[in-house]
Design a protein around this ligand. Structure first.
Ligand SMILES: [Zn+2]
Length: 101
């Protein structure tokens, strides 16, 4: 499972489905610790229990410009830190051109 950033509305859902399915998680390297801490290391919301979620240890840690393949779909993970330290945009390779965002 892949998330674009480690806030509860994305990571909380991921935590639930990783636990339910036994699947693995992927996140940009700069959000790895925030995901692993269940949101407690979030510099903005970390002290607020309502914004915390079950911790997830991502098995795949992405770096800027990493290419991900899901079946016949290729995407490039682009670091766009700001919303969180590891906020990620996915560029979709399509028809020989990319990114298709
Ligand atoms: Zn967010």
């Amino acid at each position: 499972m892949l998330i674009t950033h480690a806030h509860i509305d994305h990571a909380g859902t991921m935590a639930h489905f990783v636990q339910l399915s036994g699947g693995s998680a992927a996140v940009m390297d700069r959000d790895f610790e925030q995901l692993k801490s269940g949101g407690k290391t979030d510099p903005v919301y970390g002290k607020q229990p309502a914004f915390q979620f079950p911790p997830v240890a991502a098995e795949r840690v992405l770096k800027d410009w990493d290419v991900l393949t899901l079946g016949n779909i290729k995407m490039t993970a682009l670091l766009g830190a700001g919303h969180t330290r590891g906020a990620t945009t996915l560029g979709h390779h399509r028809g020989g051109r990319w990114p298709h965002l």
